[in-house]
Design a protein around this ligand. Structure first.
Ligand code: COA
Ligand code: MG
Length: 294
């Protein structure tokens, strides 16, 4: 499946120190999983979590779920050991936190190049510092790299709130400019972009509203912290039946002989252009990719 059509509606974090979560994740309906060695793991549990996560990845059994290991930052006491172990375990992706500058990217790329994994492991980066918001264009622009192919930006809204003082309340109005900037940076470079977590994990109504907001912004999916958040997220980030039906109608209308060679047509009183057929094809492709996954 190509990077662009790979569904990443739901991306569930789990603490690498929790054996039960690593085990349970093999059965959960999450498009992707982030096995975390960073913020969800206490300093005293770092070594054990690293061993446990890498053993779980090497053992497999996660089916179609895309697997990412989130390492500690390269400037922490654990980052280098995490990376070395992750390269051996061979997940689909390695997620590096707190990337802020092109110098950070260069250090990460050098580590990937030295590991000689030949581009088989994708690079995902956390977008969670004030500098990363200001450098989003440059960071996403560093996408093409034969050793460390960048494929995904992951919003770290809790760290952003911590570092900037901006609030996550009131519909995240304070975060919207940064979220939208990261969507533009990702899409300009053919990358996926995944929204931040919703902390109040027992509040499914609140989650649904934030998923809808993320989707409206152009996010491809949402990072999650609890299995109870999966169903809502998978539903909202998938094209609805009505959307797929409308998309098929647009494709069919342009295929009619009387519409051959036309750039814009009228469907039920709405102007539909060839660009809408492109969107419609994308919608159908996405729905098919999701169906294939499920
Ligand atoms: N991934 C996989 N399984 C998870 C999970 C996760 N993120 N969160 C909970 N579960 C499992 C539990 O193991 C439990 O399974 P079981 O009943 O079969 O044993 C079940 O789901 C219910 O869990 P529950 O009791 O409701 O949650 P909790 O109170 O134990 O934990 C959290 C709540 C928030 C601490 C926990 O969900 C968690 O650690 N989430 C991830 C946090 C994280 O990774 N943060 C870093 C990025 S922001
Ligand atoms: Mg973080």
């Amino acid at each position: 499946m190509s990077e662009n059509t790979r569904p990443r509606r739901s991306v569930l974090y789990m603490p690498g120190s929790k054996a039960r979560a690593l085990e349970k994740a093999r059965m959960l309906a999450s498009d992707a999983l982030i096995l975390d060695l960073e913020d969800a793991v206490a300093p005293s549990a770092k070594d054990e979590a690293r061993e446990q996560v890498c053993a779980a990845v090497a053992q497999g059994g996660y089916g179609q779920r895309e697997l990412a290991i989130r390492v500690n930052g390269l400037d922490t006491p654990w980052g280098r050991d995490d990376l070395a172990a992750a390269f051996k375990a061979k997940p689909d992706a390695i997620l590096v936190p707190k990337v802020s500058t092109l110098e950070d990217m260069a250090a990460i790329r050098a580590a990937f190049a030295a590991a000689k994994v030949g581009g088989a492991i994708a690079l995902w980066i956390m977008m969670e510092t004030p500098l990363a918001m200001l450098n989003a264009r440059e960071l996403a622009g560093a996408a093409a790299d034969s050793h460390a192919p960048l494929s995904c930006l992951v919003m770290g809204t809790n760290d952003l709130a911590k570092e900037t003082g901006a609030s996550l309340d009131h519909g995240r109005f304070a975060m919207i400019p940064w979220l939208a900037t990261c969507v533009a940076a990702a899409k300009a470079n053919g990358l996926s972009v995944i929204d931040g977590v919703y902390n109040d994990f027992r509040n499914i109504e609140g989650l649904a509203a934030e998923c809808a907001q993320g989707r409206a912004l152009g996010m491809d999916g949402k990072t999650l912290i609890h299995p109870d958040q999966l169903e809502t997220t998978n539903r909202i980030f998938a094209p609805s039946e009505a959307e797929v039906e409308r998309a098929r109608a647009v494709i069919a209308a342009f295929a009619l002989p009387e519409n051959a060679g036309k750039g814009a047509i009228d469907i039920d009183g709405r102007m539909v252009e060839l660009l809408h057929r492109d969107i419609a094809r994308r919608t159908v492709a996405k729905a098919e990719a999701i169906a294939a996954l499920e």
